[in-house]
Design a protein around this ligand. Sequence first.
Ligand SMILES: NC(=O)c1ccc[n+]([C@@H]2O[C@H](COP(=O)([O-])OP(=O)(O)OC[C@H]3O[C@@H](n4cnc5c(N)ncnc54)[C@H](OP(=O)(O)O)[C@@H]3O)[C@@H](O)[C@H]2O)c1
Length: 275
Amino acid sequence: MAKVPAVKLNDGNKIPQLGLGVWQVPDEQAASSVKEALAAGYRSVDTAAIYGNESGVGAGLRAAGVARKDLFVTTKLWNDRHGYDDAHKAMDESLEKLGLAYVDLYLIHWPVAGSAKFLDAWRAMVEMKEDGRARSIGVSNFTQANLEQLMASSKVTPAVNQIELHPGFAQRELRAFHARHGIATESWSPLAQGAITKEKVILELAKKHGKSPAQVTLRWHLQSDLIVIPKSVTPARIRENIDVFDFELSEDEMAAIDGIKEGVRLGPDPERFGK
Ligand SMILES: NC(=O)c1ccc[n+]([C@@H]2O[C@H](COP(=O)([O-])OP(=O)(O)OC[C@H]3O[C@@H](n4cnc5c(N)ncnc54)[C@H](OP(=O)(O)O)[C@@H]3O)[C@@H](O)[C@H]2O)c1
């Protein structure tokens, strides 16, 4: 079974470098996808309150029979819960649905353009880390300006910023900022929501290595020191996406993928996305 490397976070905890994403997976289907993934060797699952599938994820985790200490569960605080008290309540609701006493990583899902309320949410999250409901805390979709504002207001630097990132939308400046401040970068939509399977450079490398375009793309993320959470509900793809530890891309091949023309983002722009 695949052995996924761990990445050490700035608070000393470790996160598997590859996990399963479950955005757009219906609650009824989440349990079987999570169970399938755990059987294939995944130990990390990325969900969110807004995905509406925390109950299904929790059921899948329990069904797989893997010890809690070996799992890494991420969930996220939605945009309408940024108030200090509300954030505390939202965390309890997520834990209840997941059927867990703690999550391994709790993220502020979006900064919410035009509001500084994420600072209140962060204050609550620092307490959640202290009281043990979240082992690590971080953010998602934060710009450099959002991060600077948060870090100026708190002694606790986010462990992770989970951002849209795939070949052709590589977020180099933000990654360099993360590296300077010890924030781990986690790539969402790492396969560009499937579109990466049509990219010429990726297709050529896939043929050369006898691997799939998704596998080549996931190697690029891993060799770029990114944490990656591909989503699939298809059992064969769930297995394929973790079967990426028996080959390597050369420096030239990495450079070829780095050279893919910068395109546009697929998801919302955090500078505009609000409630
Ligand atoms: N923080 C945020 O704001 C945010 C935003 C978006 C996503 N995310 C997280 O990131 C995760 C991944 O992002 P994503 O779901 O947007 O997109 P993604 O992982 O880039 O792509 C998922 C799509 O690719 C297909 N796919 C998966 N494996 C494949 C393979 N081996 N070959 C060909 N196609 C394949 C899937 O199809 P099937 O499922 O039909 O197999 C699905 O349509 C999410 O699930 C979520 O956990 C976070």
